[in-house]
Each structure stands twice: as C-alpha cells, then as structure tokens.
Design a protein around this ligand. Structure first.
Ligand SMILES: Nc1ncnc2c1ncn2[C@@H]1O[C@H](COP(=O)(O)OP(=O)(O)O)[C@@H](O)[C@H]1O
Ligand SMILES: O=C(O)C1=C[C@@H](OP(=O)(O)O)[C@@H](O)[C@H](O)C1
Ligand SMILES: [Mg+2]
Length: 262
C-alpha cells in the first residue's frame, strides 16, 4: 500500500492540473464571446451545452462516480456562463413595462440563461411586508405600496450582475427610474392591450386591474403611462406572439448592440 503522504501529494498535483485546465477553459469562454460578437451569433446555444454533456457522459463510460462527475461539469458550465455574462454585461438589467408584459417571467428565464442573480421587486415587497400585494393595496392604499416600491428599488443600489424585474408602476416616480439608471440598463417589454388582457385575465394579483379587467381600461392606462415607459427605456422589446426564450435572446442581442454603439 502507498504511503498516505504520497497519495495526498498526487491529489495536490491533480488539483493543480485541474486548476490549470479550468483557467484555460475560462479563457476559451472569452474567445468564444468575441467570436460570437464578431459574427453576430446567438450568445446562448442550449443545443451546444447538450452536445457537450453527451460527449462527457460517453467518456465517463461505467465509472462509479458518474453522477458526481456530471454534477461537477454542470457546475463548471454554470460558472462559465457566469464568466460569459460578466464579460457581456457589467451592469444590471432592469425590466419595466405594463402589467402582463412578461417582466417576472422573462426575468427568471434570463437568470437561468445567463447564470445571473435575480430580484423581483414585487416579491421583495411581499417578503418585506409579509403580505400579498393585493392586501397591501387593500389595507394601506396605493401610496403606501409606491413607498415600499421606491424603498425596494433603493435597496438594490449595491446589486451587481442582477436581473431586476420591476412592477409595472415603477416608472410613475421619476426617482425610481433615476435610481435604477445608476447601475442598470433599462429594458422595456411591450405587448398589445389584447395580449395583456389574455395573459392576466385570470389573475386576481393585480389590484390596479381588479374590477377593470377589459381592453378599454388596459389601453387607456397603457396610453397614460406610455411616455414614462419610453423615456425610461434604453431598449424596447415587443413580446406579442413571441415565446420567452426568443424574447430573452432578442433582449441579449439588443443590449449587446447598444454596448457596441456606445
Ligand atoms: N411572451 C409570453 N407569451 C405567453 N405568455 C406569457 C408571455 N410573457 C408572459 N406570459 C404569461 O403572462 C402572465 C403574466 O406574466 P408576468 O411575467 O407575471 O408579467 P409581469 O411581471 O410583466 O406582470 C404569466 O402567466 C406568464 O406566464
Ligand atoms: O402596474 C402597476 O401599477 C402594478 C404592477 C404590478 O406588477 P407587475 O407589472 O409585475 O404585474 C404590481 O407592482 C402592482 O400590482 C402594481
Ligand atoms: Mg411581475
């Protein structure tokens, strides 16, 4: 049997080799981003990730630690995505837009696709106040909710690498937009009143629309807020008839174009 010291020495050597390879791997990530940018290729290619995983599974054969090894590689891919996102976006991405434009849904999808952090402002308010939004409106009124919203946005000032999903009314107060702009690019999601109604008609979570669940009201409020949304936005993404992954991909491409134009 080999001496423990000798075996540990081997382990250390292997760790250093793994580290060296991982550092090489991360520098490949940088090269891949530059290539994709240069040729306008999509940044996220899930089919490529699947193909990589297949190759690894085949190479592992019947190894006894297959699950653990796969777990390590999943983590490597996750961290690689994080490196890629940091390389692409040195700011937060704040989503604004009318209720039902898809901010919360797109935000969660972007978080997974880019391995970034995510904060849903409404969720933060619900956690802080320990009650649902409709109860906050009912018990304390809209002004109180707007104060919670402004405080929640201020509390995001030190967030980095974060997708921020705002509530639809966040743009009403100029100070909110000013605070978001300090460390975020602002992305406006839009949809037609008909699409919005279709998406939110069965929800009782939006007190502003409760009792006003019709195209005319949505259209009117949307028009009253349209100027605020447009003037706050760095980019605009239309969402009618598009699926969430396509919206995320379009959003990433538009933000990259914006950066290269600056
Ligand atoms: N692009 C889309 N296509 C189809 N359904 C969508 C789309 N975006 C959002 N939805 C659906 O619409 C509803 C409202 O979306 P949500 O993300 O909560 O919007 P918001 O946060 O802007 O109010 C959800 O049920 C969601 O699944
Ligand atoms: O537009 C609004 O005034 C509101 C939008 C809601 O968020 P979503 O846009 O995520 O539904 C929520 O903040 C609250 O009900 C008020
Ligand atoms: Mg939302």
């Amino acid at each position: 049997m080999r001496e423990l010291k000798e075996i540990r020495n081997d382990l250390n050597q292997y760790d250093l080799q793994i580290l060296e390879l991982l550092m090489k791997r991360f520098s490949c990530i940088g090269e891949i981003i530059e290539y994709k940018k240069a040729f306008g290729l999509p940044i996220l290619q899930p089919e490529q990730e699947d193909a990589q995983q297949e190759t690894l599974i085949r190479a592992m054969g019947k190894h006894g630690c297959k699950e653990e090894l796969l777990g390590i590689f999943r983590q490597i891919m996750e961290e690689s995505k994080r490196v890629q996102s940091r390389n692409l976006f040195h700011y937060n991405i704040a989503l604004i837009g009318f209720m039902g434009s898809g901010k919360s849904t797109v935000s969660k999808c972007l978080k997974d696709m880019l391995a970034m952090n995510e904060v849903d402002v409404d969720t933060r308010i619900v956690e802080d106040q320990k009650m649902p939004i409709k109860d906050i409106f009912a018990e304390y009124g809209e002004e109180y909710f707007r104060n919670c919203e402004s405080s929640a946005i201020i509390s995001l000032k030190d967030c980095r690498q974060t997708i921020i999903s705002c509530g639809g009314g966040a743009v009403i107060r100029e100070e909110n937009v000013k605070n978001l702009k300090k460390n975020s690019r602002i992305v406006l999601l839009t949809a037609s009143p008909e699409t919005i109604l279709e998406r939110v008609k069965d929800s009782d979570e939006r007190p502003i629309l409760n009792g006003n669940m019709n195209v005319e009201y949505i259209k009117g409020l949307m028009e009253r807020r349209a100027g605020l949304y447009k003037s706050a936005a760095d980019i605009i993404i239309e969402t009618d008839g598009k699926n969430i992954v396509d919206i995320c991909e379009e959003l990433i491409q538009s933000l990259m174009k914006l950066e290269s134009a600056v």
